[in-house]
Design a protein around this ligand. Sequence first.
Ligand SMILES: *Cc1c(COP(=O)(O)O)cnc(C)c1O
Length: 356
Amino acid sequence: MEIKLELLPEEKRGRLSVHKNLPFGRIFTDHMFFMFYREEEGWQGACIKPYEPICLDPAAVVFHYSQTIFEGLKAYYGVDGRIRLFRPERNMARMNRSARRMCMPQIDEDFVLKALKKLVAIEREWIPREKGSALYIRPLMMGTEAFLGVKPSSEYIFFIILSPVGAYYKEGFNPVTIYITDKYVRAAPGGVGDVKTGGNYAASLMASEEAKRLGYTQVLWLDAVERRYVEEVGTMNIFFYFEDELATPALTGTILPGITRESVIQMAKDWGIPVKERRISIEEVLEGAESGRLKECFGTGTAAVISPVGCLAYKGKEYVINKGQTGPLARRLFEELTGIQYGEKPDPYGWIQFVP
Ligand SMILES: *Cc1c(COP(=O)(O)O)cnc(C)c1O
C-alpha cells in the first residue's frame, strides 16, 4: 500500500514555541497518519494528512461498546541530532496482539512502522530537544461500523497522532507515594487486563481519583480474586528489589506486558541481578518495607521510564521504602535506559531504530 501525502504548505504549519515545561498530551503536531478498513477490502486509503477532527456516525461501535485499542511510544531527539525510537517493533506486535483479543483486524506491522517513521520525519521540527522531553506517539484503532448490535465491527479506522511532551521529572528524579486499593480491581483472570484497550482506563478512574483525594500519586492494584497479590501501579508495571532478587509480577493475563518491563528484566539479568517473575503478596511487600528486606520499589513505563516508589499506603497505614529516597538500582536503570534512548550510551541490545 502506498502512503498518500497531503501536507500543509510550509507557511500554514505550526511549530513548537516552547521547549520547556511542555504539558503531557495537550499539544498536537500538524499532521496525522490515517487509514481505514472494510471487511471485504482490507486496509486502504493510507495517508499522512493535516491533523483534523474525525467524523463518525453516532451509532459507531466504538462509542457504545468500546471496541478500541491503542499504543504509546516516543521519538527521542538524540545528543547527536538523530531521532531515535525505542523498540517500536514491540509496540506494533503488541498492537496486533491487542487487536486479536478485541476481535479487530491485524495491521501490517512493517508497513505501519514505516508509516510511523515517515510521519515522525515530516514532523521532526516538533520534537522537543531538552533531555527528558520527547515526541509522544499514539497509534489507535477503533470499530466504526454504524450498528447497535453487539458484535465485532466490520469497519475500522487506524490513525497515529503525535504530541510533544516535556520531561516527566521536572523537580528531579523523586519517589512517588502509592495508595493500595483493596476496594477496586483493575482486571480479572480471563478479562482484558493485558490489552491496551480504552475501557481498562475508564474503569481505573474511580480508584485513582480516590488515591489523589487522599494525597497519593497513583494506585497499586491487587489481584481481583484474592485481593492479595500485587499486579500493577497506575499505568505502569511494578518491581520490588528484595535483598536477594528483583521481583515483578508474572504475566498471567491480568497485567499489561510492558516494553519497559521487558527491557528492565533483560538489563538487570545482564548486570548479574537475579530476576524473578512470580506472585508477590502484599504481606511480603509490607513486611519487607518494615524489615528492610525490600530495598527498592519502582514502576516502569514509557511515560516515566522508571518511577521510584517511596511510600505505600495500605488500610490506613503508611510504609516507607528506602527512607523515601530513590535507590541506586532505580537510578542506574533510569540512567541506562534514557542514555540509550537519547544516544548518550551504546545500544548493546539493538533496541534503537532511527528515523531517517
Ligand atoms: C502501557 C502500559 C504499561 C507500560 O507499558 P510500556 O510498554 O512499558 O510503556 C503498563 N501498564 C499499563 C496498564 C499500560 O497501559
